[in-house]
Design a protein around this ligand. Sequence first.
Ligand code: ZN
Length: 371
Amino acid sequence: MKLLKLILFFAFTLHGLNAQNHSHSGAQPLTYPDIEGFKTLKTDLHMHSVFSDGNVWPTIRVQEALRENLDAISLTEHLEYQPHKADIPHPDRNRAHNLALEEAKGHDLLIIPGSEITRSEPIGHSNAVFISDANTLLHDKAEDAFAAAKKQQAFVFWNHPAWYRQSPTGNPVLSDFQKERIKNGELHGIEVINSLDYAEESLALALEQNLTIMGTSDVHGLIDWDYTENGKHRPITLVFAKEKSVESIREALFAGRTVAVYNSLLVGKPEYLKPLLQASVKINSAAYHDDTQVLAVEIENISSSDLLLENASPYTFYSNAPIFTLKAGEKMTLQLKTLEKLDSTTLKLRAMGAYTAPKEHPVLEWAIRVE
Ligand code: ZN
């Protein structure tokens, strides 16, 4: 009897511990430093609600974005694909946006009006954002929808160009339709990251066609289930804007000032990706170990991305691997063998998780003043 009690006691205790272990951590607010001259805004400009093929009410999208500390979102419902229409009839295609706008009142979150123009390949899917009226984008011919978006001065980007349901090789194919849209000034950006998918080939296209580099979640279910529960953040586009406003984000997107981010993966043109990474790593201190020529340099990652870094300086490390991860929000000490005592030097690291072009990683430099 005593033994049974003991067993029951342990069984309950263990159960209690287990229950604790099962509790997953909640959404971590995202943070990235500003770069010189610009505010770094965290945006997700591709998502769905029940007003097209998503599974949540638009207000949930606002609440999710607030939990992740985003600066701007857009509800980009499929104009032409409305599987819940019988249950949720909404002749006004601006309805999801307006509900989100109402929910965001009193919060520091910008809601950008958008719609997804949806066709099968080779036209594919594209988002028009900063539109003035979604209803007038509804046209039989895709050409007319793009022309209407241009009339509204919308910023238009090509969605998941590498999606294997539309391009079975998993590589983007630039069709005559897209070439024509680019020529007409009706297509301005391209997703290089869509949900879990990053395509180097899409990055190559972005650089070749001078399209703005985008990263989006394209979420249909819950951010929590798709990302947070797995210890991840959703993909976002960092926009380098002159100020935090809808108009300023629009200007920055047309100017191509973005970096697409999915956790430790960062993709962008060198003129924006390099200063972002530079600002993300702070040098806290640098001092020689007593009577040695080994320089201890404390570095800190103030961004929300784990950074995979490789030593690219002329000095080798003492008791550090040449490739290492500097975790988001964490500090670590590198030990440089400078062979002689220096007053100042340069820390040079290659960001292995960051891409300025396919297979190209930026090399970053920080000036170090020895204490
Ligand atoms: Zn979509």
